[in-house]
Design a protein around this ligand. Structure first.
Ligand SMILES: *Cc1c(COP(=O)(O)O)cnc(C)c1O
Length: 383
């Protein structure tokens, strides 16, 4: 098959499955509104759970940082790209989350790829939750170690996987809050099992950090667990982008030698590190925002019940409505858009076949009227 035939046939298959993806340019997205070409929608698709993406203090930290330090970091962190703003942010994150060290990355995707490819050798194995994020599963599939998946949130299934022998080390990989389902992993049980087996546990808490636990410290803090490796990302509740790996001194030093995504990539601009540091303070002082968010989640579920729907089991800002069929999911999302509500239509392969869904996300920035309107629209569109 020629290159063009191969690409045409892949695109045709996506179209035929109702799984073709395209993007729409949206101006000024914030936690509440999206705009495009003079139209606007209430945003129930983003991950700006606390509304920090437009926080004046964070914006001004970025602006002042750019004025003082320029817009770029000029090189990777091993060359000239590491600076006091990043060092201070790493210290603050480590302190806050109770780890010896934190290392900054440009994205959660890069952090996950880096840590897994740097750690895993050919005799090792990754045991990953079936629903773990693409960045975790892809890294696990591409690294030389073997990858086995365990049933979603099943301690028994993990225990069974752990029974088969391996000559090297085992890394157990899961998420604090699952990105497409909004449910939480049983971290205490997973970690106990991991420790028993002499394995390490990696928790990607992209959707728990800032939202759950005392002071927004996330899923692990909430469940009283300190995994060997914790990944936090800044594209969700922090409202910016970037990520950090929290770990021991030895692992941090190891990653500084072997994490290629850190060594061979231009470091985070200092202005972004300053803005992130300010966002971290907003998160730390964000109890009122979290209370608003959790009351919005409860209100959404109560509204669903009032309309005769069974709410999702999730108690987090991710509230999926499973539809099943791709075309129906797209049609529902389109009808909601016509009524002024933007929700994500998530289809395979992002989610398992037959579980296409509306991924509704809530933010502290939403009002009760926004949420009531969404559920009414959902109820009308569903009929
Ligand atoms: C969003 C997400 C990532 C990727 O993080 P980015 O910073 O957006 O690259 C990784 N893991 C999970 C669970 C996510 O939801």
């Amino acid at each position: 098959m020629s290159w063009s035939a191969r690409i045409e046939s892949a695109l045709a298959a996506r179209h035929a499955a109702g799984a073709f993806r395209s993007r729409q340019a949206l101006s000024r997205p914030d936690a509440r509104w999206l705009e495009s070409a003079g139209q606007r929608w209430l945003n129930f698709a983003g991950n700006d759970y606390l509304g920090l993406s437009h926080h004046p203090a964070v914006i001004s930290a970025w602006q002042q940082g750019a004025a003082a330090h320029g817009v770029g970091s000029t090189a990777s962190s091993h060359v000239t790209g590491f600076n006091p703003a990043q060092a201070a942010l790493e210290h603050a994150l480590a302190d806050w989350l109770g780890y010896p060290r934190a290392l900054l990355f440009l994205s959660g995707f890069a952090a996950n790829q880096a840590v897994i490819t740097a750690l895993m050798g050919k005799d090792d194995r990754v045991l990953a939750d079936k629903l773990a994020h693409a960045s975790l599963l892809e890294a696990s599939a591409l690294c030389p170690a073997q990858l086995r998946r365990f049933s979603h949130n099943s301690v028994a299934s993990l225990a069974q996987r752990l029974q088969s022998p391996v000559s090297g080390e085992t890394l157990i990989v899961t998420e604090g809050v699952f990105s497409m389902d909004g449910d939480s992993a049983p971290l205490a049980d997973l970690h106990a099992l991991s420790q028993q087996a002499g394995s390490w546990l990696l928790v990607d808490d992209a959707h728990g950090i800032g939202v759950l636990g005392e002071g927004g410290r996330g899923s692990c803090w909430q469940q009283g667990v300190r995994p060997e490796l914790l990944i936090v990302t800044f594209g969700k509740a922090f409202g910016l982008s970037g990520a950090a790996i929290l770990c021991s001194d030895a692992v941090a030093d190891y990653l500084l030698q072997f994490a290629r995504h850190l060594i061979y990539s231009t470091a985070m601009p200092p202005a972004q590190a300053l803005a992130l540091h300010r966002a971290l303070q907003c998160v730390q002082q964000g109890d009122a925002l979290r209370a608003q968010l959790h009351s919005n989640i409860a209100f959404f579920q109560q509204q669903l019940r009032q309309h005769g729907w069974t709410p999702p089991v999730s108690t987090t800002p991710i509230q999926p409505i499973i539809v099943g069929d791709n075309a129906r999911t797209l049609a529902l999302a389109a009808r909601l858009r016509d009524r002024g509500y933007w929700v994500g239509a998530i289809r395979p392969p992002t989610v398992p076949p037959g579980t296409a869904r509306l991924r509704i996300t809530l933010s502290a920035a939403h009002t009760q009227a926004d949420i009531r309107g969404l559920v009414e629209a959902l109820s009308d569109a569903g009929e």
